[in-house]
Design a protein around this ligand. Sequence first.
Ligand code: BG6
Ligand code: MG
Length: 222
Amino acid sequence: MNKKGFIFDLDGVIVDTAKYHYLAWKKLADQLGFELTHEHNERFKGVSRQRCLEILLDIGNIASTQEQFDSWMMEKNIDYLEYIDKMNESEVLSDVPKILEYLKEKNIPIALGSASKNARPILEKVKLLHFFNAIVDGNNVTKAKPDPQVFLIAAEELKVQPENCIVFEDAIAGIQAANNAGMISIGIGNTKILSNADYNFKDFTEIDLDFLDGLIKDRRTI
Ligand code: BG6
Ligand code: MG
């Protein structure tokens, strides 16, 4: 049996911060005079802050100087952090602690693989930081998802071969990144949107411990 490692995305997998990202970006779009829809928001998932603003300006057909761009990025993050500041354990998505506890009990290494530069404070707020053997986030990468870099660094830090890593993701770019890393990808959320994943679940309440055991023991076809 090969040693396995589990890698979790943060936003939309562990906590539903996608709604706060959306509200903060929407405020900026309102200010700039156009509507940012939930459909637009799908394109923001898993994507770096800078890339999100590029997409947003593209949607609104708005040009900017570098200085203005940097100031909008900062403004959005200040608004986002106001939401984060109010977070607590109640915002952890259903059954996430159950899965983390089960893996911990079995001594399976766990990493975070997130595009966010706010990952640590969020994990602290929701009191899950202690579960993670490695945290790889937006501060550690030079290439954004769908590039596999974030997950490959996480595998290296866990000392587990990429092909023995299992990734939980809610974003199209994240599933692509896991697939590009040669890892097993598990889509959490909309099956149609995440159809490139090896496995799909609506949320963690649909994942039973037998399924996890199957992954841990190499029984991939459960
Ligand atoms: C990802 C989110 O996890 O982190 C993206 O899905 C977000 O929507 C990205 O843009 C960067 O987050 P932050 O917290 O560094 O602005
Ligand atoms: Mg995500």
